[in-house]
Design a protein around this ligand. Structure first.
Ligand code: HEC
Length: 249
């Protein structure tokens, strides 16, 4: 709850029968939970990214990157990025459960991919942050059930994996908010809305291409990248995608 700036937009985008203070408090908590889910996912992706050279090494057949080792690295990466432990004592039971489930999903995914990660004689194995994140989000969905959802999506013209296609809500936020030149870079959008008729808090957090993305998503557009996909012609700082969080009531 600390470090949260509650803007007028936060309060006005929320509606329910609580008083204004209750709405603000509830929404602030949901935003914090959404940010936390995104931050844990980002920490995991950063560990894959920082281990990419090792993962891609065709000669090291025991890379020592077990689920347990990965877990410790994610904790450290989260701590470095956010200045606190992901599982600190102040978490409420729901936040603790979400974070533990996310971290455990990462361990499961890394353990399940040991053969690939350690494959002899194979340099590029396709085990990259985006694939890792998708597998973790799928694993998380299987374990957490219907209380929360984490997904990485993208502007529809950029989507590589069909699973990542934006739904109607995500698409309209991307097209109408994130692509608007007046939208502040990095600013999330959130709303109390419905998913399949069920009330839900939804949050979309934009992500942009950094230099390291452009070997695959950059220029020349159409040229095949190392993963076999045609490059999108993206440029440094362009909108690349978004982390989509849904918290069901
Ligand atoms: C080694 C090549 C490579 C690099 C580098 C790379 N990506 Fe990707 N990216 C992919 C592939 C392949 C997929 C599809 C993954 C899958 O199967 O789910 C993907 C998927 C995505 C998606 C999900 C939507 C979709 O198209 O399926 C986003 C968003 C994304 N990348 C953004 C980035 C960003 C931002 C960076 C830099 C921080 C980056 N990528 C770096 C290859 C790459």
């Amino acid at each position: 709850m600390k470090n949260l700036i509650i803007t007028a937009a936060v309060i006005s985008s929320a509606f329910c029968t609580l008083g204004a203070d209750g709405v603000a408090a509830q929404t602030a908590e949901e935003i914090e939970t959404g940010n936390r889910l995104a931050a844990v996912l980002r920490a995991g992706r950063s560990v894959v990214s920082n281990s990419q050279e090792l993962i891609n090494d065709p000669n090291v057949t025991d890379k020592g990157l077990s689920g347990d080792v990965f877990y410790e690295k994610v904790i450290q990466a989260y701590l470095n990025a956010n200045g606190e432990q992901p599982l600190h004592d102040g978490l409420d039971p729901l936040e603790r459960k979400l974070t533990e489930t996310q971290l455990n999903a990462m361990v499961t995914v890394i353990d399940a991919n040991q053969e690939l990660i350690n494959a002899e004689g194979v340099a590029f194995k396709g085990f990259i942050p985006a694939v890792f994140a998708r597998l973790v989000n799928e694993q998380f969905a299987g374990e957490i059930g219907t209380s929360a959802m984490v997904k990485v999506t993208a502007p529809s013209e950029l989507v590589r994996n069909r699973m990542a296609r934006p739904d109607t809500w995500e698409n309209s936020v991307i097209e109408e908010k994130f692509k608007d030149s007046s939208w502040a870079e990095g600013q999330p959008f959130f709303e109390e809305t419905e998913v399949s008729g069920k009330p839900a808090f939804r949050m979309l957090i934009p992500e942009y291409y950094s230099q390291s993305c452009l070997s695959c998503h950059g220029s020349p557009a159409g040229e095949t990248d190392v993963t076999g996909f045609p490059k999108e012609g993206g440029q440094l700082g362009d909108l690349a995608g978004a982390i989509s969080i849904t918290l069901f009531k």
